[in-house]
Design a protein around this ligand. Sequence first.
Ligand code: C2E
Ligand code: MG
Ligand code: MG
Ligand code: MG
Length: 294
Amino acid sequence: RAKEAGRNRFKVFTNRMLESAVELLTLENDMRRGLESGEFFVVFQPIMDLRGEDLMGFEALARWNHPIRGAISPSEFIPMAEESGMILPLGEWVLRTSIKTLADWRKASIGATGLFISVNISSKQFARLELDKIVMKALHDANLPPEALKLEITESTILENPEAAVRILERLRKQGVHFSIDDFGTGYSSLSQLQQLPVDTLKVDRSFISRMKSDPENMEIVKAVIALAHSLDLDVIAEGVEEEEQLCSLIDLNCQSVQGFYFHKPLSKEKAEELIWQRANFDDSSPRQTMAQA
Ligand code: C2E
Ligand code: MG
Ligand code: MG
Ligand code: MG
């Protein structure tokens, strides 16, 4: 009996495996077709200075509107794209689209002056030696200065192949491109590794921010990460700020910038443009403008 049950379980297991293999293949085809037929688009989540008085830039986030399944979340399709290799064309499309969009905004409105666009780069893309050429070509084609681009990578991307990673980082940074470490605190990079990395910004993972209030240990972690960033002369962005109380704690901790639903969810291109136009129409006597001019 036990044997039979075991065999049945095995059968169920293989069927599932087959199903998920078929699903992966189908989705891979769907993705290829969807990329060509315009089912993918980019949304833009504002990154604000701490008090929410100024927009600093946007994180570009990929979205997929599947013709049958509807909206599929990136936490589902990005891992599949990574597994199937589709992340290479998809990632390049997101990169080019994001760069072109910011370049267009900069041409259309002084409200976009000084804004950056931050694009997620997966480790598969990073492992490619021509990444720097792809990035520089996209910037050149859109006529966007490299300083307006940030690339987000995770600790594991760097740890997977530290020498190659540092080489690409250094090459692009020499051209003026900035780098952030995304989801910081969830990986395993050591202090000494971090110190040697040519990056500009740490993005504190949302999981720490969301548990800051309920769990004093998380508050200590956030505090330590911010202090660490400052001592290494790096900027810090707190991810996933949803509540005023979190914002107040972050102000106390001297964090410079935040990203989260408290200020804005990821926005459509049109909604992002509204924010930029508003910024352009800011009254000259406003404190923000005076400070920028000083
Ligand atoms: P991420 O890079 O850490 O992006 C931040 C995620 O947190 C986004 O989820 C954003 O919508 C969400 N978020 C921001 N503020 C809040 C908040 O206050 N509350 C909550 N609950 N969530 C918040 P999204 O857009 O679903 O993306 C998930 C992940 O998928 C991203 O995490 C990133 O790892 C990956 N991803 C998205 N687009 C791309 C892409 O173009 N390329 C690559 N390689 N990965 C991407
Ligand atoms: Mg990110
Ligand atoms: Mg993140
Ligand atoms: Mg995250």
